[in-house]
Design a protein. Sequence first.
Lengths: 262, 252
Amino acid sequence: MKYCLTEKIGGEFIALTQALGSAALMLRSVFFWFFRSKLEVHETVKQCVSIGVDSVTVTALTSFFTGMVLSLQTGNSSKNLFNEPLYIGTMVAFTMLKELGPVLTSIVVAGRAGAVVTAEIGTMAVTEQIDALYTLGTNPTRYLLVPRYIAFMVMLPLLTVLADFLGILGGALVGVVRLGIPTSVFMNDIYTYVEIGDFMHGFLKTFAFAFMIATVSCYKGMNTRGGAEGVGKATTEAVVASMVLVMVIDYFISAILVAVGI
Amino acid sequence: MIEIKGLNKAFGEKRILKDITVTIKEGELFSVIGPSGIGKSTFIKCLIRLLRPDSGQIIVDGQDIASTRSEFTLAKVRRSFGYLFQEGALFDSLTVLENVAFGLKYLTDIPKSEFPKIVKAKLALVGLKDVENLKPSELSVGMKKRVSLARSIAAEPKYILYDEPTTGLDPVTTGMVKDLITDMRAKLGITSVVVTHDMKLALDISSRVAMLSKGEFVEVSEPDKFRLSANAEVREFMRISHLSRVRQNTCD
């Protein structure tokens, strides 16, 4: 029994090490082809639409309602404590810009676009389409991965800016209509206390999230085995891993940014 | 010319190819037969380095591709190959025209404006017309295979590798594909490697036939000599293939 447990832990460790090594080799290949080959413009634009434009509606709805509920909850708590909703604009803007905007957008994109990327590449892997790319004079990293990395790195920060704006707008709507805060007061709370550094804090994090989501989605897709069942399994694993890693990375990057004063 | 020397490939503990040595000459139509799951596809994938051999040499026109790590060397060698995949491997997101033109875009310097004309001609060669704007999901299995064949010959490669070219095809299309494979060799002098479990196809079209069994070529000879082989495994495989064909004809 003891031997079996040791063997299992050892096996898991070896598998994890192999996966990390394999992902590192994939990343090396992505950088190699990014700098050494002509960009697949058509494929990159297509991926920007699939990963970014197609995620606008769900990102907009998520952030708008998050801003609304944030305003409602903080407003009511503030009323209970101080008999009036104080600094709601500041609170909503800080939270949306620094944390909820980038993190929620990343989770939405990981769940929607990350799943699409893994399923698409995974299906290509199990139906020999990736092998076919090699035989037709194209490297799969160049044709499939580089455009997807670029699309994630460009579109996720843009979606975050949209989410920040709509989240604050949703918060303002509830603050003004439901909590009775004058628009000028809500806006003044933002202008007085929120700085460009607060926006940059959240915005910079999205690049790390985008890179991580692209890496997990592409890696899981490229290493899919076992037909339709394998594609489903790889997609689920990619989404779960991306979402958990967004939270983990968020803490460490926030700690670094706070330490350097951003 | 493709020279294979001491080729070994294993998946985990299972040795699929054991010390295979064979030379495929210019203009030859070399077939590898054997039952399903014996390693025929592994062999053909090693030839173009879609799978990396564990050891041995694969020398294509003087260039050993078995051990090279250079992406550019591999890409250069792969340019001289066409590959027909077992299931077609057409790109789902592209139309038939885009699929067939894919190789033209990356393997040749032909202007883009010429693509529709060339694609139409290649599709006609495999007996298809007016399918350029369809997606692979709108095609039957046989049509997919024919489109895939058109794609693999579009850039007019020096070598073509056929992985089970007639599997899943009706008798008429099988005959057409068979004629096409022989035509490619006769008219264009293309060197072909066919892996198949269809004994009749292999004996009808090949200049040499190799039987793969337990990771080794147990017989490599011309079809006439192959038919008379004294090797027990070859005789057994021929007997089963014959019985299966008789049964098929009786059912039909």
